[in-house]
Design a protein around this ligand. Sequence first.
Ligand code: GLC
Length: 415
Amino acid sequence: MFKTKRLGMFIHWGIYAVNGLHEQEQWRYSVYYKDYQKNMLLFNPTDYNPKEWVSIAKDAGFDYITFTTKHHDGFCMWDTKYSDYKITNTPYGKDVLKMLSDECEKQDIGLSLYYSVPDWHHKNYQNTVGHHEINEVKDGDEPSEALYIEYVKNQLQELLTGYGKIQSFFWDIPPKTRDTSLNELIRSLQPGIYINNRGYDDGDFSTPERMSADGASFDGLCEACDSIGKESWGFRKTEDYHSKLYLTSSIDRYMAMGANFVLNVGPDEKGNIPEKAKSIVSSVGNWYKNVKEALFAEPVKYEWASKNGFLATRKTNTLYLHFLASPDADGFFIREIKTLPKNATVLNDGTSLSIFWDKIPRLFNGHKESMIDVCHIHGIDADKLSSEAVIIKLEFENLDTAFDETTIVDSQRIL
Ligand code: GLC
């Protein structure tokens, strides 16, 4: 993971799929606990087919799956001994996590587990009635942090011993309490596992969400996440799905900065990944497979790149220019470059671009000061590629001597 397994499919699935509102409907839509918990008796995902889910992820080129074992509602998607609020007490009656982990192993795809700290069901969880909490105190609640942590530890024991190799652990909503013993337990049960920074200590990797990145690279390990659905991570009947341009730009930005990325889908109450979601995953996957070599290359912190709306990655003498969105024209200039690249290719569709020296006026206070030599790269089918992030591959004889700090890549018009 982080070097070889870089793109994951996040799956938010639970009894919230029954109403199809939001994975936090108890909080966001004020659905009372006594009404919400009835969804357990209605959850019967007879179409659930983990083989198909894994194939959807694999066909799109994803390297791993991150699955919600327990979201804030506290409902457990595995056959836990420590709660009755669990998948095996639904009419469906089967351990869906076990079915998924077996399938991941069979099809050789990584498995990561999501686990929420807030728990709107467990009697010992301390509901602070704040952000990400339900606005009610339930009958029978006996808040006790120590007992709740004991419950969590018992569940970690189950999750990290009964479901094969788990490559990473995704805590959600960092608690105020700092307690390194939870991550120590995880590491002792799954040596080599990566743990995110939303748990009881800082863990190994950060988790920026949606489009919140800035800069050209991350300092430490990072796994960004976004959902194909704009409003929810779980299944939502009236979901607005993101465009391919938005999603590929988001993946491109984060991966070019060196982060992993998990793209989320929310299967419905029958266990189906909605048709629209499948087609988005597959078209994002086609883009990903075409441009993957640029996303696996090293981030380069060229100031000129980020200033002009680009990011750059490199692999030995190959430079990849990430437009982060679609280009505004079918060509662009590179100023203050010393040697021309040998080849220029649009990774998205394999188009080979023309490369030539050109001259443009250098303006100073509105007056032409002199003419400057620029490398002109031309021939991008900008209209055809307007719905995805475009990446240009430039192959140099020697990349280290081609540029210096004053280089500018310019897709703007010459005024
Ligand atoms: C946000 C959502 C939460 C979701 C998480 C995934 O925090 O509120 O429901 O599980 O993102 O990272």
